[in-house]
Design a protein around this ligand. Structure first.
Ligand code: SF4
Ligand code: SF4
Length: 76
């Protein structure tokens, strides 16, 4: 399963990532960062690790970590 890290101090609460997530894993939280923005929170509901959220974020505030794929067995 993928893991998403929100760099809350970079987030401006624009909501682009919220709309981009096909699994509705992201929402604008009720806490403020030091710049006064409500930042996004990740509520994992089956994150696929697609990274749409990270690619769309204009402030590079999201990091997506995917598990390494297991090596496929070599054919004899
Ligand atoms: S990696 Fe994909 S599924 Fe996971 S939170 Fe981001 S947009 Fe949603
Ligand atoms: S796209 Fe980036 S700046 Fe906008 S709400 Fe999401 S994490 Fe915050």
């Amino acid at each position: 399963m993928a893991l998403v890290e929100i760099l809350s101090e970079r987030c401006k609460g624009c909501g682009l990532c919220v709309q981009a997530c096909p699994k509705q894993n992201l929402s604008i939280g009720d806490k403020f960062n030091a710049s006064g923005y409500n930042y996004v929170v990740w509520n994992d509901q089956g994150c696929t690790g697609c990274a749409f959220c990270a690619e769309l974020c204009p402030d590079i505030a999201i990091r997506v970590y995917r598990p390494k794929k297991e090596k496929q067995a070599q054919k004899a």
